[in-house]
Design a protein around this ligand. Structure first.
Ligand SMILES: Cc1cc2nc3c(=O)[nH]c(=O)nc-3n(C[C@H](O)[C@H](O)[C@H](O)COP(=O)(O)OP(=O)(O)OC[C@H]3O[C@@H](n4cnc5c(N)ncnc54)[C@H](O)[C@@H]3O)c2cc1C
Length: 411
């Protein structure tokens, strides 16, 4: 009997001792065990120890039940008059805290990414500081901004645009507009925009008042036409002065990559030779990369300042845009060449149109107003105009500016 009691004691110690609540029960079972002999006693005590362990576990469970709430707090939660409001406030508070923590977690995870690769909905706007504003012909301005740190870079995939928030300029409320950067995506610490003065526009009035050192904010990014090096053999861009940012962005990306063999043909359209910003830049680049870049100009009149286009130093198409100009300036449509008999591969040629509706409509038809949460270019009957007449297929033509809806695919 003495041996049985000692065994019981040893087993209890091994089990970590019994709980206070199980104490009484274990005392009675141990006395029962003392009558059932040494082996029966051992079984009973093991069972007892397991139960005590269970009670201990029950006491130390990590989960939280409402009954565990301290009685002082529970008193308020269960209050007949204020309980509902308190429970609701608690619920909303917890929900907001979880939401805010999740947001901060995503912000933290994305802080090392290039600006355009941050998930727009989960990253704060990025302040950019105006360094320089250069006035160009055609009411165009080139804005050069510093990114928050010299190591930052836009890192966008061409052709992309970013939503620029004005912040509080001269106490005017903050508004935002899309702009297409013209600096290379890998340029460190700097971002540039070519912005046409849309006076009397709302953003235009804020941009007028910007001085060096003023801050704007970059918001979410959208990738409109997805460009991949060497995917197409030829890309033709028809752009107006306001749409020249797209041509500049593509030109910078393509010419900076020596392995990219895509041929880019730009047809740059303006009212007059006086309104042709970046004329010299386009010409310089086409001289530097004659095998990959071809630039043609179309102006309604040569009148204007002294320029290569106005002086007639370079060939320029005068008057309204017509088939002859398009044939000379763009890659050929997929129809058999009358001389060689060769039909260009339609999947290897793309024509991009970035112009106001007054130019886009006669060229390729109006952009579609429906389903603008995607980059859907509209039903077949929305494609028409000169490009269709020349034989370009609907799938070959991309019209810019069709998707500015808040739900559109952004980064
Ligand atoms: C994807 C995308 C990329 C873009 N990229 C560029 C870019 O790189 N560069 C660029 O310059 N633009 C770009 N734009 C256009 C730009 O976002 C703005 O639409 C443009 O700058 C005009 O903005 P705003 O606020 O000044 O004009 P808003 O106030 O929006 O007015 C729109 C037009 O109406 C006219 N208007 C306004 N009020 C009056 C009035 N009372 N009487 C007469 N006319 C009036 C304005 O002059 C303007 O032409 C882009 C647009 C998109 C969708």
């Amino acid at each position: 009997m003495m041996r049985g009691s000692r065994l019981l004691l040893v087993e209890r110690v091994a089990a970590g001792g019994s709980s206070a609540s199980g104490g009484g029960a274990s005392a009675s079972s141990s006395s029962r065990a003392s009558f059932s002999g040494p082996s029966g006693g051992r079984a009973a005590t093991a069972e007892e120890a397991a139960r005590a362990k269970g009670a201990e576990k029950e006491k130390r469970r990590w989960s939280f039940a409402l009954q565990d709430t301290p009685s002082t707090i529970r008193k308020y939660i269960d209050d007949v008059d204020k309980g509902y409001a308190i429970r609701l406030s608690l619920f909303v508070g917890i929900l907001c805290s979880v939401g805010y923590t999740t947001y901060q977690y995503f912000v933290y995870r994305q802080r090392h990414l290039p600006l355009a690769q941050r998930w727009g909905k989960f990253s704060p706007t990025v302040p950019i500081t105006l360094l320089e504003r250069t006035e160009l012909p055609g009411k165009m301005h080139l804005y050069r901004f510093a990114l928050p740190t010299p190591a930052d870079y836009a890192g966008y995939e061409p052709v992309s645009s970013v939503r620029v928030h004005s912040g509080l300029v001269r106490d005017m409320d903050s508004i935002s507009r899309w702009f297409t950067p013209v600096s290379h995506p890998m340029e460190r610490g700097i971002i540039e925009f070519a912005i046409k003065d849309a006076d009397p526009g709302r953003m235009a009035s804020r941009l007028h008042h910007l001085t060096t050192g003023d801050v704007l904010y970059l918001g979410s990014w959208m990738k409109e036409f997805p460009y991949t090096a060497n995917k197409y053999t030829d890309i033709g861009v028809v752009c107006s002065v306001g749409g020249s940012s797209v041509a500049l962005q593509l030109m910078k990306v393509i010419t900076a990559n020596e392995n990219d063999k895509t041929r880019l043909s730009i047809l740059y359209c303006a009212q007059s030779a006086a309104a042709l910003p970046f004329e010299n830049l386009f010409l310089e680049m086409s001289k530097k990369h004659p095998d990959r870049l071809k630039v043609a100009f179309n102006v309604l009149t040569r009148n204007g300042r002294n320029s290569t286009v106005a002086n007639g130093e370079i060939p320029v198409n005068l008057g309204l845009l017509d088939h002859t100009t398009l044939v000379k300036s763009l890659p050929p449509p997929p129809i058999a060449d009358p001389v060689t008999g060769v039909t260009p591969d339609a999947s290897k040629t793309k024509i991009l149109v970035c112009a106001p509706t007054s130019l886009m409509a006669p060229l390729a038809g109006r952009p579609s107003p429906i389903w603008n949460i995607s980059y859907y270019q509209g039903p077949f009957y929305k494609y028409g105009g000169m490009l269709k007449e020349m034989g370009y297929q609907r799938s070959q033509v991309y019209k810019f500016g069709v998707s500015t809806h808040i739900l559109a695919h952004h980064y």
